[in-house]
Write a protein that binds this ligand. Sequence first.
Ligand SMILES: [Fe+2]
Length: 138
Amino acid sequence: MSGPALKHADSHSAIHEAALNEAIELTNMLDNLHQNNQKEEALELAYVLVEQWETRTLAHADAEEEGLYKDLVEENPEVKDDIVALTRDHDLLRIIVSEIKQDLPENGINDAIIQRFQSLIIVDELHNEKEMEVLPDH
Ligand SMILES: [Fe+2]
């Protein structure tokens, strides 16, 4: 995932939205299973959700850092600070996902882990907004 699709705000934003909407849907399902005390199903879905974050959003983040972000700084050194901030957002997502992965086998599903999944959504939403501001309109 690199090249022109990420350079254009419209196609890039569509990639964000598809991944984020899927994560929101799965997180809501997870929350419902947890509220209904369906422990096994909830745990299974939590692992699916971790994989969804890894294969969609974190893979997208890796691709951006390897390609798009470098290109943007090369084209316009003024965006350097924004790119550092956006990369830190990616790191926060990576840290939260890895904490969830550590916690799940030890503690299973609880309120705290649901909150961590919800925090991924909030961080990613804010990150995507900022990224759209940094992308040039061409
Ligand atoms: Fe992106």
